[in-house]
Write a new protein. Structure first.
Length: 318
């Protein structure tokens, strides 16, 4: 008679690893990066490389000299943080500010809590919000870089200057249309301007089962419905414009779906996504700043433990 071996949990095995998940997310971000390079030039690529290199360096330094634990820079999480931080910034921002943002994102947003899997807030958003509040002139500027395709003619001058978000604040979208924002031919943070590229990345993540549909759909649906109601009241522009403008798509697909900082149950994810969308429109339409995605996601990150508690499934047999 053989011995019965009992091992500790988890008992469900999977071929997926943290590294494979993270590098699949990096692959999903590549379309947005390529579109950003196409419209804003190689400065966008240089900005991304500086951000990624800074995040990797700071994580290595903190782990080696402060935490003195196992190095995790090869798992790809620092690369994702660097890419998302860069995607949320204008392409002409000074490199030293990107390095500061990377230090805050990794040092405060991630490693302060113990590293990957322990951070309550999305590190890239922590870095981005810090830069936004500390250097508003450079990060929340009124005159953004003009999209200039690497191959082809310059995008119309009407697309330079204020971003679509700034025009939302004025309840106007003169000179811009939904197709421009869908393809990326608008001013703004270079990694969030092309909805089509972000959607392609999201489809890849869904196909690889890295994310589920619950948070992105709830995020975009709640934002669209609330914007539609306000539009009927004459308080804002049409909801499609809201969904395509600014960081709505990037936030819904890549940042709100962060598995560390979002709820674990499907019901919790729907609540989380709906809260993100509702808060985003509230900030955009009634707040002092044109964008609200970063603040909305961080607030819902803080509520994630409560949502998990609220939506905790009953134990078997109870």
């Amino acid at each position: 008679m053989g011995l019965l071996k009992v091992s500790g949990s988890p008992h469900v095995q999977s071929k997926e690893t943290t590294k494979s998940i993270m590098w699949n997310v990096v692959i999903a971000l590549l379309p947005a990066l390529l579109v950003g390079i196409y419209f804003f030039g190689f400065r966008a690529l240089a900005l991304t490389l500086v951000s990624v290199a800074s995040c990797i360096l700071f994580e290595w330094l903190i782990q080696k000299f402060i935490i003195k634990g196992q190095q995790t820079i090869s798992d790809g999480s620092a690369v994702i943080t660097g890419m998302l931080l860069a995607f949320n910034l204008p392409s002409d921002i000074p490199f030293y500010l990107v390095i500061i943002g990377a230090l805050v994102a990794i040092g405060i947003g991630k490693m302060t809590f113990g590293g990957l899997g322990k951070n309550p807030f999305n590190p890239a958003l922590v870095g981005r919000v810090f830069l936004f509040l500390s250097f508003p002139t450079e990060v929340a500027k009124s005159d953004w870089p003009t999209p200039q395709p690497l191959f082809g003619s310059k995008v119309a001058d009407a697309l330079s200057g204020p971003t679509p978000l700034a025009q939302i604040g004025a309840n106007s979208h003169a000179g811009l249309n939904n197709l421009d924002m869908f393809l990326g031919a608008t001013g703004g943070s270079f990694g969030e301007v092309a909805a089509i590229a972000i959607i392609l990345g999201g489809i890849y993540l869904l196909f690889k089962k890295i994310i589920t549909w619950h948070i992105p759909v709830a995020f975009l649906a709640s934002a669209g419905i609330f914007a539609w109601i306000l539009n009927l009241c004459g308080l804002t522009v049409n909801p499609i414009y809201h969904l395509l403008a600014g960081g709505m798509m990037l936030g819904a697909v890549f940042m709100a779906t962060d598995m560390v900082t979002s709820p674990v149950t499907k019901t919790g994810q729907l609540i989380f996504g709906a809260g993100c969308g509702l808060l985003t429109i509230l900030f955009r339409c009634f707040g002092p700043m044109p964008e609200g995605v970063s603040f909305a996601i961080l607030i819902m990150n803080a509520l994630t433990p409560l949502i998990n508690k609220l939506c905790k499934p009953k134990r078997f047999g109870y």
